[in-house]
Write a protein that binds this ligand. Sequence first.
Ligand code: TPP
Ligand code: MG
Length: 305
Amino acid sequence: MAEMIMGLPKDEHFASGHRACAGCAEVLSIRHILKAAGKNTIVVSSTGCMEVISSQYPSTAWRVPWIHGAFQNAPAIASGVDRALKAQGRRDGVNLIVIAGDGASFDIGLGSLSGALERGHKFTYIATDNEAYMNTGIQRSGATFPYAATTTSPAGKKIHGKQEPKKPLPFIVAAHGIKYVATTTPSNLIDLNKKTKKALAIDGPSFIHNLNTCPLGWRSDPAQSISLMKVAVQTTVAPIYEIEDGVLKLNQRIENRKPVEEYLKSQGRFKHLSPEEVKKVQEYVDERYNFLLENDGKKLFDVLF
Ligand SMILES: Cc1ncc(C[n+]2csc(CCOP(=O)(O)OP(=O)(O)O)c2C)c(N)n1
Ligand SMILES: [Mg+2]
């Protein structure tokens, strides 16, 4: 039995000595996802930072079986692993996890993800979202937050960063009728641990959205990565909820929301914003959080299921 510290297992399945940047929140999330999953786990990763930093030949940080696919096909690989283990009579007791970035999840691999969800494979998909294609040089993705400056949505004189909203991936996934969808950040590792376990216990597909500070791409202080995630939750930029059997449950109802400016001001990617634009971002965040408040406890997508 693993020893417990503050309710979290002591076992490590992601080794230190990897090449993640100082202050990378994503690598902390992954470490704790694997702690929750335990050693009987197979991980499939798409191309992205977490692959690049963990697996320079001939070394690896993964202490569980790990498959790296292409940028766009991790869910298709997981589908094959699920079916192969079943065919061999070895499916019971094995956790199958896809860990893929926002570019892979929100954009290029969305078709592959949709197919695997629709076929009903037993696997947990974890979208580690740092809001851009970071390992290739901070290009915008469908997950990039509005007005954020990236190398392909720069803050110019006329256009101030990304002009489009963030794609609502947890809802797109939930609309497939899967049993469990949840959102997380590494600012609450107990929550991340519980949700990972809950997702892995589902007999079918499950999905976790995991938002992570990227000090390089967000131009934030590496020492503040976890407190920035706390601010994301307190401002409701990152609402924490579950969708279980289609029913929305806000895990944390934020009564006294902090102004979104608190979140924006500590990141260089937002430093070009005018006061009017900060107001627009506040409205954008409020609209979405109010939707969650109004629908808390309700079954979403009734017509679709
Ligand atoms: C078909 C294809 N197009 C482009 C690339 C180059 N590429 C590799 S990873 C990546 C971005 C990954 O972004 P994301 O999934 O958000 O992961 P992150 O690097 O941010 O962790 C890109 C564009 C590729 N490997 N394959
Ligand atoms: Mg990314």
